[in-house]
Design a protein around this ligand. Structure first.
Ligand code: UD1
Ligand code: CA
Length: 455
């Protein structure tokens, strides 16, 4: 059985009040349309077509990496008109699945169930009972309960408006049938649009049954029309992820204040996250890891028994097991810490490796640097890696001790077990095992007096 999924994504989304097409607004840092794509991509034998229109180039470019065919709808004349654009690409025997690019939380299981309901004689329709069905097309049934048509809110009678069963817009049906009905669509209705929903009445008159099913939760079929709904769906999505992490053994001190914008590909046991932790991109987190409040981790690997104190930012970095980071530490891309490293407060690292048991505990900038094992870098140390044009590396060998307030002017090497006196500006390689310092001589000026104010 082959499937053709048509994702409708041509609408402008006027109520977003945005330059960005609606389907590119994001949930968990991923465009709405991408959520829909990622879900239906998991169906076997599925050819995906995206009907696009508004913000054409933006939409296509921001999803350039995905494997779909794009079908342009130049004018947005309705959902039926949108599907018509794909008509000549629909093989007769395929099952056509219609999805919306602005309905991001739909579950694969719901879609599979819908598809399973399609046969020669049935069209499968996803409906939902709503407390407030305003704005939705209503599912009209006859006295025996059979679906006979869908009526749009704007075309509905007062009686029809009382119906609480709403149309989600999501349906599946055999290609040959859909194409026939698409040919017959008209636009004689309140909005002057070609309604996809009109195919239901046509199906019924062709003797095709409408088989309805409902999603497990209404949230799955909620669409995004404005930023309030966007934020609502973001929260639902985040809560689902938080609960699923807790089920996998993560302690979240407050699941409502945790955001996963990506995934934790490998997840250890007994991870504890304090409030306002954000985890983004693809990450690996080991066993017994504590993540302090307000910490942001992106595309990183965190080893076992790591302690990250509050307010750290860790991006494209590796933190070796047993290391301790923060509070207020920033690991910028390509930072690699070996085991049992200590990075303290207000320390920034970039493109640097630090070998085991080394410490950089206070107020330092270490960039483009190789730090050996058991090195101690004192407070206020700065690697001056940039001359305004080029970047240079600093090498600090095993066991070196860098006194506080040192500037290391790269390229420079501090030898094994070397000691650098506090306050030094190091411009030349410093030999191993020796003390090197550059410091203006201290002096005291005898009989010096503070100036006094003249009147
Ligand atoms: C549609 C349904 C309605 C249903 C509701 C659920 C129709 C006629 N009505 O109404 O029964 O209850 O969805 O949310 O189908 N789109 C295009 N091209 C167009 C028009 C729309 O691609 O010319 C896309 C939009 O980008 C959007 C989706 O189709 O993703 C739905 O369009 P929208 O205008 O929101 O439909 P509704 O009026 O809400
Ligand atoms: Ca809508």
């Amino acid at each position: 059985m082959k499937i053709i999924t048509i994702i409708l994504a041509a609408g402008k989304g006027t109520r977003m009040c945005s330059e960005l097409p609606k389907v590119l607004h994001k949930i968990a840092n991923r465009p709405l349309l991408r959520h829909v794509y990622d879900m239906c991509y998991q169906l076997n034998n599925n050819a995906i077509k995206i009907v696009y229109g508004h913000g054409a180039n933006l939409v296509r470019n921001s999803l350039a990496d995905i494997d779909v065919s794009w079908v342009e709808q130049k004018q947005q004349l309705g959902t039926g008109h949108a599907v018509q654009q794909v008509s000549d690409q629909i093989p007769d025997s395929d099952i056509v699945l219609i999805l919306y690019g602005d309905v991001p939380l739909l579950k694969l299981a719901t879609v599979k169930h819908l598809i399973a309901n399609v046969s020669d004689k049935t069209l499968a329709l996803l409906t939902v009972n709503l407390k407030n069905p305003q704005g939705y097309g209503r599912i009209v049934r006859d006295s025996t309960g059979k679906v006979i048509k869908i009526v749009e809110e704007k075309d509905a009678s007062i009686i029809e408006k009382l119906i609480v069963e709403g149309n989600t817009g999501i349906m599946a049906v055999q290609g040959v049938k859909l194409k026939k009905w698409l040919n017959q669509l008209g636009n004689h209705n309140a909005q002057g649009e070609y309604y996809l929903t009109d195919v239901i009445e046509m199906a019924v008159s062709d003797g095709v049954d409408i088989s309805t099913s409902q999603p497990e939760s209404v949230d799955e079929v909620l669409g995004v029309n404005n930023r309030i709904q966007l934020s609502y769906l973001e929260r639902i999505y985040q809560q689902e992820q938080a609960y699923s992490l807790m089920e996998r053994g993560v302690t979240l001190l407050d699941p409502a204040r945790f955001d996963l914008r990506g995934s934790i590909v490998e997840l250890g046991k007994d991870i504890v996250c304090d409030v306002n932790v954000i985890i983004e991109g693809e990450n690996t987190i080991g066993n017994n890891v504590n993540i302090g409040a307000n910490t942001h981790i992106k595309n990183s690997i965190i080893g076992d028994n790591v302690e990250i104190l509050a307010n750290c930012i860790i991006e494209n970095s590796v933190v070796g097991q047993g290391s301790k980071i923060g509070p207020y530490a920033r690991l910028r891309p390509e930072t690699v810490l070996a085991e049992n490293v200590h990075i303290g407060n207000f320390v920034e690292l970039k493109k640097s490796t630090v070998a085991e048991f080394s410490k950089i505990n206070h107020l330092s900038y270490i960039g483009d640097t190789t730090v050996g094992a058991k090195v101690n870098i004192g407070a206020g140390t700065i690697t001056c890696n940039y001359d305004g044009v080029n970047k240079f590396r600093t090498i600090i060998e095993d066991g070196a001790f860098i006194g506080s307030d040192t500037q290391l002017i790269a390229p420079v090497i501090v030898g094994k077990n070397a000691t650098i006196g506090a306050g030094s500006t190091i411009t030349k390689d410093s030999p191993e095992n020796q003390l090197t310092l550059s410091r203006a001589k201290q002096m005291t000026v005898a009989e010096w007096k503070r100036p006094v104010k003249l009147d």
